[in-house]
Design a protein around this ligand. Structure first.
Ligand code: GRF
Length: 186
């Protein structure tokens, strides 16, 4: 069975969507590792609920990005990780991870890329007056939210409630991530 590592920094609703799909057999893979760069992030509790090993690190305790990425990549090598899913991981992936897992790292972003890169994509698109929002899953390279697009889904919304919009986009994310991971591990 294929093994996934999921990287997250916060809430972890996408982590949970993937973990639940694996646990219920909707994805034929196992979530073997959760990587988190923030002690106390809610995703750590979610991982515990699914019995998933968590590797938590504090980037400030390392001299360089390469140092903590080496630690993470070594653990992934030991576990035999096939696919790395970034899900709200708020860091640019560096040379060490890209050198060892390049082409096997994907990210989910809450906009129709290349529009609205960055950490506030939903709010930025909403403020811009966008009428068709969406979600993108793409391969990861060293650019912010760059890399070849794998899948997208549109979320039309013309209302005025950004929280309602966020909820719709997150729902679309969870579905798209499960479908896309299924295709990638085929
Ligand atoms: C998602 O909107 C994802 O697209 C973005 O960060 C958010 C993470 O949400 N990269 P969650 O932690 O999975 O709930």
């Amino acid at each position: 069975m294929k093994k996934l590592a999921i990287f997250a920094s916060g809430n972890g609703s996408n982590f949970e969507a993937l973990a639940a799909a694996c646990a219920e057999g909707r994805i034929d893979a196992e979530v073997a590792l959760c990587v988190c760069d923030k002690a106390g992030a809610y995703v750590i509790e979610r991982a515990a609920k699914y019995g998933v090993e968590v590797l938590v690190f504090n980037p400030k305790e390392y001299g360089s990005k390469a140092e903590y990425e080496r630690l993470v990549a070594d653990r992934m090598d030991t576990l035999g990780i096939d696919l790395v899913c970034l899900a709200g991981y708020m860091r640019i992936v560096g040379d060490e991870l890209l050198g060892r897992y390049g082409g096997k790292i994907v990210n989910i972003h809450p906009s129709l890329l290349p529009a609205f890169v960055g950490a506030h994509a939903i709010q930025d698109a909403f403020d811009y007056g966008v009428k068709v929002f969406g979600v993108t899953i793409h391969y990861v390279d060293q650019t912010l939210d760059g890399g070849k697009i794998i899948s997208q889904v549109a979320v039309p919304y013309e209302g005025g409630d950004v929280e309602e919009l966020e909820a719709m986009i997150h729902k679309a994310e969870h579905r798209l991530y499960v479908d896309t991971v299924n295709k990638l591990i085929e």
